[in-house]
Write a protein that binds this ligand. Structure first.
Ligand SMILES: Nc1nc2c(ncn2[C@@H]2O[C@H](COP(=O)(O)OP(=O)(O)OP(=O)(O)O)[C@@H](O)[C@H]2O)c(=O)[nH]1
Ligand SMILES: [Mg+2]
Length: 294
């Protein structure tokens, strides 16, 4: 008899939720960056082992929204908590802050079955962990508190086993060999957005939206064209760079990753365009596959 269940990964921005998802699935499903608010909508990662299937939903980091996009991101995170069987709160290995307390208050109100993952334990001395665990256990009756390092893949198998214990008898929701439900066009945009997040500074990355407008594949070649929308003419100049040098660098990095992923040659064309204030326009947000599209 097969067993299955839905698990949501939530927490403040930058705690390593997407890194954790990738580490659990053993493949890069979600993009990761040192910046907060990297993840913008729900991302599904599927782990099937023997008779067990866990369907994970990675969510945008919980913050106070300043734009309509931000509001949609929070709706995505909160919706994931409501829709899953178990919620995993991913936090830094420090005493709980306001955001964690607020999330936990929501757990209390709705009696949410939750596991606490204290991530990034590679960044602190072991003895610092106990007071953090004690403080969190006073706040909520977590099913388990699991210290891990998503980056070093430390504690991940233990976490998977704990989650398997929460599964119930039932059918698989996805085919056994499926690792994500993200479509290829979105996946291509995300890889390019990751490079932009890493190499651009300050406010520009948050105002970017990408759209794959051309895609053609043969056994040996993937050809794609992607529009990169930014919010200001000044941003467009920076993204293109002197004589196109910056966008060329982004294109090369993204192409190299796509060639590894697809195992074939990739032709990538990027066009930079201005789309003013799209983050406050729900129709534009939805046209980029973001927001409440379900
Ligand atoms: N040292 C260390 N760094 C980590 C670990 N896990 C994640 N990081 C780093 O933390 C940063 C944020 O990681 P993400 O996975 O993008 O975080 P996130 O929670 O998905 O962030 P948002 O999508 O913005 O909410 C990146 O620079 C990661 O490399 C870890 O276990 N140890
Ligand atoms: Mg993320």
């Amino acid at each position: 008899m097969t067993r299955s269940g839905f698990v949501a990964l939530v927490g403040r921005p930058n705690t390593g939720k997407s890194t954790l998802l990738n580490s659990i699935i053993g493949e890069k499903i979600a993009i990761v960056s040192y910046r907060s608010q990297t993840t913008r909508n729900r991302i599904v990662g599927i782990l099937t082992q023997g008779d067990d299937q866990i369907v994970f939903t990675d969510t945008p980091g919980i913050h106070k929204p300043k734009t309509r996009l931000g509001e949609e991101m929070m709706a995505a995170a909160n919706g994931a908590i409501t829709d899953c069987d178990v919620t995993v709160l991913v936090a830094e290995p420090r005493l709980p802050g306001d955001i964690e307390k607020k999330i936990i208050a929501g757990f209390q109100k709705n009696n949410i079955p939750a596991i606490l993952v204290l991530n990034k334990i590679d960044t602190i001395p072991k003895e610092n962990l106990l007071p953090v665990i004690l403080e969190y256990s006073k706040l909520y009756d977590f099913i388990e508190i699991v210290p891990v390092s998503a980056l070093k893949r430390d504690g991940i198998d233990l976490l998977i086993n704990i989650l398997k214990n929460q599964l119930v008898e039932g059918p698989f929701f996805y085919p056994e060999d499926m690792k994500t439900d993200m479509d290829e066009r979105t996946g291509i945009c995300e890889i390019i957005r990751e490079k932009l997040l890493k190499l651009l500074n300050e406010e520009i990355p948050h105002g970017l939206a990408l759209e794959t407008v051309q895609m053609e594949q043969s056994p040996k070649l993937l050809k794609c064209g992607v529009n990169i929308y930014c919010e200001k003419d000044g941003h467009k100049r920076i993204i293109i760079g002197k004589d196109g040098s910056f966008i060329k660098k982004i294109g090369t990095l993204a192409r190299e990753e796509l060639e590894r992923k697809y195992g074939k040659k990739v032709h990538l064309e990027l066009w930079v365009k201005v789309n003013r204030d799209w983050r406050n326009n729900i129709y534009k947000i939805r046209s980029f596959g973001l927001g409440d599209v379900e």
